[in-house]
Design a protein around this ligand. Structure first.
Ligand code: AMP
Length: 393
């Protein structure tokens, strides 16, 4: 169990809150192009304000690599947050030091201060204890709401928790509760769908899922290495030849564990991603040598949807086709739609898959779309996340 924000008395206290406001910025104008991450922490911020806490927010933005980068200052993020809250958000000139301490100590009940980009200091990513201690001087309680960075042991995500009473914000709690429920206590049948480009990125995930799920559906670029391991000719499809033995091991492991592992029966194949008119639908026995897989085919979609319909818990990580390039997004769209119609507890694990369900306009109908790409993958791999471990009782 995580220590929860609502179990602490935060009235009139200085709450030092790690949020993930690492929002995408327009390359030319520097404007925020998507404020989902800011909105995701509003429940925590609003709760603290309702308790008359003094809110000190800290985040990183982009990759300044330990130096001040003007375009990565937090000012525009603070302004956007201010608009969303309808309230002034003060901006600090740095995230540590005398001046910032005075600002933090001078806050009144219900005021908000946004610290400057944590990663302007190299000590942040090194989890430097002195830097963590300096951050901790700003608050009386530490709240971590930045699930998307919980897989990193940085000063603001791990180190600071050693110097202050610490707890999880509402976003962190929600992420933890959904992902743990799926892994530890899933309603059965428990089905997982994995896709994405490479098997190598998902090996640990596959092994962990095999020990937990009843059904594993494999699509996307990673499926072709498995099809080749089963002896099919896969044309010019993506393949990691060095992983053919591992793929066989996974197929054997599924049989031993009694997991129904399903690979595509047919595919959409193309010679050139930029020329969809030249694509074909073929069974896996007849992939032409100069064509490569770009999506799951109609028979596979039906098979996968049939299994999805009967599942009670579903975890999806990785698109089943090149969803960025229509019409090769159709397989992923049908899977997303089937999830929303299944009645199951549905969890979409961050990054590209979250972008896909957003694009299809179906995110609202998924039980939980994780805000963490790397963090949700590592969680589903069964790895302890440093930013979460430190919040456990
Ligand atoms: P990942 O980050 O590993 O989840 O991979 C996501 C990427 O996998 C997306 O950019 C997809 O375009 C890509 N992908 C999915 N299916 C395929 C495929 N059949 N061939 C090539 N790339 C694919």
């Amino acid at each position: 169990m995580l220590r929860r924000l609502q179990d602490f008395d935060v009235k009139s206290k200085r709450a030092l809150v790690r949020v993930d406001f690492n929002v995408p910025l327009d390359k030319k104008t520097g404007e925020i192009t998507d404020d989902t991450r800011i909105k995701a922490s509003l429940p925590t911020i609003n709760y603290l304000l309702s308790q008359n806490a003094r809110v000190i927010l800290m985040s990183h933005l982009g990759r300044p690599d330990g130096k001040v980068v003007e375009s990565l200052r937090m000012g525009k993020v603070a302004a956007r947050l201010g608009e969303l809250l309808g309230k002034e958000v003060l901006v600090a000139p740095d995230c540590v030091g005398q001046e910032v301490e005075s600002l933090a100590l001078g806050l009144k009940d219900g005021q908000i201060l946004m610290l400057e980009n944590l990663r302007f200091h190299p000590e942040e990513e090194k989890n430097d204890p002195e830097f963590a201690r300096n951050l901790s001087k700003l608050g009386e309680i530490y709240v971590n709401d930045a699930f998307a960075t919980a897989h990193r042991a940085h000063a603001s995500t791990e180190g600071v928790a050693h110097f202050l009473p610490s707890c999880a914000g509402f976003l962190m709690q929600k992420e933890f509760d959904y992902l743990s429920k799926a892994l530890e206590n899933p309603a059965k049948p428990f089905l997982a769908i994995t896709g994405g480009a490479k098997v190598s990125d998902k090996l640990k995930l596959l092994f962990n899922l095999l020990s937990r799920v009843d059904i594993l559906l494999i699509g996307g670029g990673m499926a072709y290495t498995f099809l080749k391991a089963r002896g099919f000719s896969i044309g010019s499809s993506l393949c990691e030849d060095e992983l053919l033995e591992k793929a066989k091991e996974i197929l054997d492991q599924a049989t031993k564990s009694g997991v129904e592992l399903l690979l595509p029966l047919d595919l959409v194949v193309a010679r050139d991603l930029n020329n969809p008119a030249d694509s074909l639908i073929v069974s896996i026995e007849e992939i032409p040598p100069d064509y490569g897989g770009v999506d799951i085919g109609p028979k596979t979609r039906e098979l996968f949807k049939e299994r999805i319909k009967n599942a009670k818990t579903i975890v999806w990580n990785g698109p089943v086709g090149v969803f960025e390039v229509p019409p090769f997004d159709e397989g992923s769209r049908e899977i997303a739609l089937a999830l929303t119609q299944s009645g199951a507890l549905t969890i979409v694990g961050g990054g590209d898959t979250a972008a896909a369900v957003e694009k299809f306009g179906l995110a609202e109908k998924i039980s939980h779309v994780s805000t963490g790409g790397g963090a949700s993958l590592e969680f589903l791999e069964g790895r302890p996340l440093p930013g979460i471990e430190v919040l456990k009782n």
